[in-house]
Design a protein around this ligand. Structure first.
Ligand code: PLP
Length: 413
């Protein structure tokens, strides 16, 4: 397996790593909830962590375990825990690791629901500071003795700000701070996370990885970088055996088992199916995105475009060195006071929907939807203008997308 390319590995992994007794090529969907132990000592050992075994469907199942192995392998991670959604992965993991009195640093450019969750965390006695993660000096200045975690997105949604993963990672390592990065917007075929000193990778499986708008899921991956013996809140119960596994064990027990946002095996199977074609879909979507950016750049109906392929992007050079492509998410501000709602209503092929990473191209009026709950001042600080439209570019034939954008822009001028 080791010498195979990543897509070859993917499409042969279930057959080679988890061979089925009946020769089934795909990992079957196993919806069984309970597991029988012929010898009661077996269940005792499983509960006490002396033996790895499935005991109950909330904690694990053969299908979700196969997906976790696949994700860990693709990300070159130490291990992976999956959840019912991306938000469940983030919230359950942070509840498993943080305690009242902790200080955490959070990117000020975040997916709206994640930001809303961090507001909630502050209600539980965790001190949350939002920082500009593209400014390393600002991050340095915000570190306190009780800072436990720095959370950011590898590419922020919708304005595509990019943090320097090497610099932030090294800074966190030096201070024993967990460096948690949500890579939903840059799947591993764009950002090889193992190249950077990242402690925990979060990803919404719902988006690019499942890819077809039919299944939800989320994952956290431990990249094997963080020294858990330095973490203040590992429960004595989990300080056994390999110190590298302490974090994942606590996330599995306090996060997945106790909070219970389990990924169901049917969705896990759909995610695995989606993952097989990720590299193909993503290459096409990124290519389409670059052509759309090119077209919009010279159009009078557009005031500003946000996409890392543009030399005017503030982190253009960083994007070139940090990522393998420039991605399939872009945003733009409409010119001449045209409202995003009016423009999106004029689109015929491109859908209006709040999702990203789908096979279909999707458009969204940003300020009035995902950032609606935030005050104007907060939106201003995040750089979200009222004229902003987000596009998640899909795999359609690009000439159809360009024609649709052109006719919609013409019709609203
Ligand atoms: C969608 C999204 C999430 C949440 O994922 P769900 O599977 O919808 O819960 C988290 N982070 C980012 C960047 C996202 O785009």
């Amino acid at each position: 397996m080791k010498n195979l390319g990543s897509t070859t590995q993917l499409v042969h992994q279930d057959r080679l790593v988890n061979p089925q007794q009946d020769g089934a090529v795909h990992t079957p969907i196993n919806t069984g909830v309970l597991y029988h132990f012929v010898d009661a000592q077996g269940i005792v050992d499983a509960f006490q962590g002396k033996k790895i075994a499935h005991v109950y469907g909330r904690s694990s199942s053969p299908t979700t375990s196969a997906l976790q192995q696949m994700l860990a392998h693709q990300h070159k991670a130490l291990g992976c825990v999956t959840f019912s959604t991306g938000m469940a992965a983030i919230s359950s993991t942070l509840f498993a690791l943080l305690k009242a009195g902790d200080h955490i640093l959070v990117s000020q450019f975040l997916f709206g629901n994640t930001r809303s969750f961090f507001h909630q965390l502050s209600g539980f006695g965790i001190n949350v500071d939002f920082v500009d993660v593209t400014n390393i000096e600002a991050v340095k200045k915000s570190i306190k003795p009780n800072t436990r975690l720095l959370f950011c997105e590898s590419l922020a949604n919708p304005l595509t700000q990019i943090p320097n993963l090497d610099e932030l990672g090294e800074l966190c390592l030096a201070h024993h701070i967990l460096f948690a990065v949500d890579t939903t917007m840059t799947p591993h075929v764009m950002c090889e996370v193992s190249r950077f000193p990242i402690s925990l990778v979060f990803t919404s499986l719902t988006k690019y990885i499942a890819g077809h708008g039919q299944a939800m899921g989320g994952a956290v991956l431990d990249m094997g970088v963080y020294d858990w013996t330095q973490f203040a809140h590992i429960d004595e119960l989990y300080k056994v055996a390999d110190t590298r596994m302490w974090g994942l064990t606590q996330i599995r027990k306090k996060g997945l088992r106790d909070i219970g946002a389990t990924l169901d095996p049917t969705s896990a199977s759909q995610v695995m199916l989606g993952q097989e074609t990720l590299a193909l879909r993503y290459a096409k979507a990124c290519d389409n995105a670059e052509k759309i950016v090119c077209f919009l750049s010279s159009h009078a109906g557009i005031k500003k475009i946000y996409h890392p392929s543009l030399e005017t992007h503030p982190q253009y050079l960083l994007a070139q060195s940090q990522f393998l492509t420039t991605g399939a998410i872009l945003a733009f501000d409409l010119a001449n006071g045209v409202s995003p709602v009016e423009f999106i209503n004029a689109l015929k092929t491109i859908l209006c929907a709040t999702h990203l990473g789908d096979t279909r191209t999707l458009a969204l009026p940003v300020a009035e939807t995902i950032f609606f709950e935030f005050a104007q001042a907060e939106r201003d600080a995040m750089g979200i203008s009222d004229a902003c439209v987000r596009l998640s570019v899909g795999i359609e034939d690009v000439q159809d997308l360009l024609a649709d954008l052109a006719q919609a822009l013409d019709s609203v001028q």
